[in-house]
Design a protein around this ligand. Structure first.
Ligand code: GLU
Ligand code: ZN
Length: 304
């Protein structure tokens, strides 16, 4: 692309790790799936470090993630976006929602909500207590999105049709937390739009996050990308691999067997004769990647 050519590329994907620790096999699956989905069509693949929530960020983890991706032979396009540097964009988005009266202040404590709310798959469904006015005597408040009547349906490239009645299943959700941290949904939709992401490829554990994110895109007048949710890896106890379940970190000195295992998990077992080097393996994977071969797998989607 020349410097004067501003035509967006046809495909732009991304990988958006949270720097709460080193990458593990579960993260490799999301990285590999999103990468091949982009590279297969000559598209771009961007990186975003989701260091939004300070207590979850481990110092040095973001750099370690980038070095591990390099060791596995990933190359990326565009600048690496850091959510910690994006509060101005999130604030503007909240302003847009406020001007449209799409959000309201909520002074309820967690305990008050838990006492009154029905329990949904992602936790208590906020009962709308502050919708028509909050307690002015309290100085701590979050901002919630009005979800009344919102029903979102979309077709996921691997998981098929998904529909959610947001008010009934999730409730008015938080876009700015009472501690001043922007909520994951808000940051994510603003960032995907800023980066011009055309397809979101990520783990199936985030499937239930997609309807509220699409609703936010609509409220903010942002485009909705396509979605592809990959199967997620679980350990012997059936738990999702994560820092919390003590998933072992990827070993950057032995990328070939781990990459081969990730490809096999995604329905693309590489033949023995391409497992000699990282280059051979990637060349084979780019040439053979076919999203219709990716298994959907069955897990309970939880969005938190
Ligand atoms: N940061 C999220 C995670 O590590 C991924 C968000 C996304 O891909 O949309 O689980
Ligand atoms: Zn409230």
């Amino acid at each position: 692309m020349s410097a004067t050519d501003t035509t967006p590329s046809i495909y732009r994907g991304r990988f958006a790790p949270t720097p709460s620790g080193p990458l593990h096999f579960g993260s490799l699956i999301a990285a590999v799936g999103s990468y091949l989905q982009a590279r297969r069509v000559g598209g771009e693949w961007w990186l975003r470090i989701e260091d939004l929530d300070p207590p979850r960020v481990v110092p040095g983890a973001a750099d370690a993630i980038l070095r591990t991706l390099e060791a596995f032979g990933f190359t990326w396009d565009g600048p690496v976006l850091y959510q910690s540097q994006r509060s101005e964009a999130y604030r503007e988005a909240l302003e847009t929602l406020r001007r449209a009266d799409a959000v309201y202040r909520c002074t309820c404590s967690r305990r008050e909500i838990a006492a009154r709310a029905a329990l949904g798959p992602a936790g208590p469904i906020y009962p709308g207590t502050c919708r028509s006015g909050h307690d002015p005597g309290r100085s701590q408040y979050s901002w919630r999105l009005r979800t009344a009547g919102a029903r979102i349906a979309f077709v996921d490239a691997v998981q098929g049709p998904v529909a959610m009645d947001i008010e009934a299943e999730l409730g008015d959700f938080v876009v700015l937390r009472a501690d001043g941290v922007f909520a994951y949904h808000l940051a994510l939709v603003v960032d995907d739009a800023t980066s011009g992401i055309t397809e979101v490829v990520r783990g199936r554990d985030l499937l239930a996050c997609t309807p509220p994110q699409i609703l936010l895109q609509q409220r903010l007048g942002l485009p909705t990308p396509r979605y592809l949710h990959l199967p997620i890896a679980v350990n012997a106890l059936g738990q999702k691999l994560s820092k919390q379940t003590h998933a072992p970190p990827l070993d950057p000195t032995r990328p070939v067997p781990q990459l081969a295992a990730a490809l096999a998990f995604l329905g693309h077992p590489p033949p023995a004769d391409v497992r000699g080097s990282l280059d051979e393996l990637w060349t084979w994977a780019r040439a053979h990647w076919d999203p219709t071969r990716v298994p959907a797998a069955v897990t309970t989607p939880i969005c938190d």
